[in-house]
Design a binder for this molecule. Structure first.
Ligand SMILES: Cc1ncc(COP(=O)(O)O)c(C=O)c1O
Length: 383
């Protein structure tokens, strides 16, 4: 086996979750998904596709009608994005992997803004790349970017910058001025930006979505933007995503899709189309429900003495510190499961930079679950 694979760390979220498997009394908030089922219209569209017998291979890049719909969706949010820049992928994580396969060779240097969902940094490592981690910093209890530190880390030797905003796990989001500075700098150094914007619609600012690199970049910038149906369309189990690349690179992505998954299943794509069709109402409604969950959970956490938490502007996670978890958030999270039936993700799962923190996914259909979880945390902290 290649060393790079042998040395891949196992998921420490799973390590906690495995400790709770088989226990019906555990309130689980450890994974990044809502407990709401996919809307019926999406499920019906997929079922009808199967009933019609759409069970065959499809185009590598996705159904043309889905790519067209995605182009219209992206254009409405960010200005012109033609379908000639869009590939449909079998999930957001697959899109990220395709980007790594397209851009990263053995020995290449990659800069990543961390802490971050661990898949982002594992993928270039799988390709033999060397990942330089640039940590966000905590200012007044909230995570923030040290822009100069990031720009200093990106040199002409940097092949790719990986940035996920709104960020999983911290909720940190790039400001427009920071995006512009990063884009200008990467144009100078010739560095590709791979922007993971899967949480752009789970945004609690005034705008319809978080700031995107698509708002400011030119069509031919070295930019890959990764998206997913998982979060804003409640479709985690469907494995459907898409990516925006320069039109010059679309054929290369198509070739890579051929060698990875060949295509996304047609009935899944039909579901995605239905999701987009209804998205103008379903996505803002979901974001409003998520905002209510955020306010309920963060408000509750802020009332606990010693708990350090900031309200995230995007995403579906509260990221916080509690007394007692500072040295070993993994052990603390395991104790929470074993002794109190509360399932959270340990901060260290997202990098050593987040040691001592805990992540709580607040995407809950029934907000009472959040209150029950808060009660359990209160008991665990003996409050
Ligand atoms: C930051 C980030 N990017 C990408 C994904 C991938 O989503 P999916 O593979 O379900 O489309 C996730 C899922 O948790 C995520 O948190």
């Amino acid at each position: 086996m290649r060393d790079a694979i042998a040395h891949l760390p196992a998921s420490r979220i799973r390590e906690v979750a495995n400790a709770g498997i088989g226990r019906s009394d555990v309130l689980a908030f450890w994974f990044g998904e809502s407990d709401e089922v996919t809307p019926a219209a999406v499920r019906d569209a997929a079922a009808e596709s199967l009933a019609r017998g759409e069970t065959f291979y499809a185009h590598n890049l996705g159904l043309p009608e889905l790519r067209e719909a995605l182009a219209a969706y992206a254009t409405a949010l960010h200005g012109p994005v033609p379908m000639q820049r869009i590939a449909v992928t079998s999930s957001g994580v697959s899109a990220l992997m395709l980007a790594a396969e397209m851009l990263v060779g053995a020995g290449d240097e990659i800069v990543a803004v961390v802490p971050v969902w661990p898949n982002l940094t594992a993928q270039p490592a799988i390709m033999g790349g060397h990942v330089v981690r640039v940590p966000l910093v905590v200012r007044d209890g909230a995570w923030a970017l040290d822009l100069q530190r990031l720009l200093d880390a990106i040199t002409p030797a940097t092949r790719m910058l990986l940035v996920n905003a709104p960020n999983n796990p911290t909720g940190w989001t790039l400001a427009r001025a920071e995006q512009q500075a990063i884009l200008d700098h990467c144009r100078q150094t010739g560095t590709w930006i791979v922007a993971d914007e899967v949480y752009e619609r789970l945004w609690y600012g005034q705008e319809a979505c978080a700031p995107s690199f698509l708002d400011i970049a030119a069509d031919d910038d070295r930019l890959v933007v990764v998206h997913s149906f998982s979060k804003s369309f409640l479709m985690t189990g469907w494995r459907l995503g898409w990516m925006v690349v320069p039109a010059t690179h679309l054929d290369a992505v198509g070739k890579l899709i051929e060698f990875n998954t060949s295509c996304a299943p047609v009935f899944v794509q039909r579901g995605g189309l239905a999701g987009l069709r209804d998205g103008a109402t379903t996505v803002p409604a979901l974001a409003a429900r998520m905002r209510a969950c955020r306010d309920r959970l963060v408000g509750g956490l802020q009332q606990l003495p010693g708990v350090d938490v900031a309200s995230p502007r995007g995403g579906m996670y509260a990221f916080f510190r509690v007394p007692g978890a500072s040295d070993d958030s993994l052990a603390f999270a395991k104790r929470l499961v074993a002794d109190h039936g509360l399932g959270l993700a340990p901060g260290v799962a997202f990098g050593d930079e987040a040691q001592g923190w805990l992540r709580w996914c607040f995407a809950s259909r029934d907000p009472q679950r959040l209150d029950d979880g808060l009660d359990r945390l209160r008991r665990a902290l003996r409050l």
